[in-house]
Design a protein around this ligand. Structure first.
Ligand code: COA
Length: 171
């Protein structure tokens, strides 16, 4: 099996419970303690930028993007969660979802995508370490804070606290 066996389609509201089941299986139930979850709390995911992977009409993977603001003025998308059902991992669905999501984000005019994750994996999709003094609202390993520029130079000058957009109001 290879990545062409998977169909990628937009997420719909009816997918919610299956997506949660995949996230629980892929990350375990402690997933909600992660700093990335703090950035999504009370926020709304980026419209039209959530996709699922299916194999024979069965949902096996999920990717979402959430808007964030770095240092009160630099807008970016936070990639995640990304998860593939354990039995379906290693067949290319993850990279297909990332590439599909990045292409859609670029078409929508976004310039910068960030995430906290394994650098060796995300390097396969063009991510690199985000340079600059960027903080998050919780613990994280700076070596795992990665970025992908959809518009060249979009990461330049990234500095300050990363927050959900609604938390920057009044800053
Ligand atoms: C990480 C994850 C999304 C990858 O999706 P996937 O469909 O299994 O991965 P793909 O098939 O697209 O890519 C496989 C390639 O990535 C590599 N890879 C997978 N996970 C990796 C990791 N954590 N670090 C480095 N390389 C990794 C594989 O070795 C393989 O390399 P190859 O093509 O050279 O053989 C999936 O394994 C998963 O859901 N894991 C649990 C949840 C998770 O960790 N999510 C990411 C949050 S940072």
């Amino acid at each position: 099996m290879n990545s062409s066996f998977f169909d990628i389609r937009p997420e719909t509201p009816e997918d919610a419970s299956l997506i949660n089941a995949i996230l629980d299986e892929a990350f375990g139930l402690t997933r909600m303690t992660k700093t990335s979850y703090r950035l999504r709390e009370g926020s709304v995911q980026a419209p039209d930028l959530a996709f699922v992977a299916e194999l024979d009409s069965r949902l096996v993977g999920t990717i979402q993007f959430w808007p964030v603001v770095i240092g009160a003025s630099k807008h970016a998308l936070l990639l995640g969660p990304l998860a593939i059902l354990p039995a379906m991992q290693g067949f290319g669905a993850g990279l297909r979802l990332i590439e599909h999501g990045l292409a859609a984000a670029a078409r929508a005019g976004h310039g910068l995508v960030v995430l906290v994750g394994d650098a060796p994996y995300y390097a396969k999709a063009g991510f690199r370490k985000l340079e600059g003094d960027v903080q998050m609202p919780g613990p994280f390993n700076p070596d795992r804070l990665l970025c992908h520029e959809l518009i060249p130079g979009a990461a330049d000058g990234a500095e300050g606290m990363m927050l959900a957009p609604h938390r920057t109001e009044g800053l």
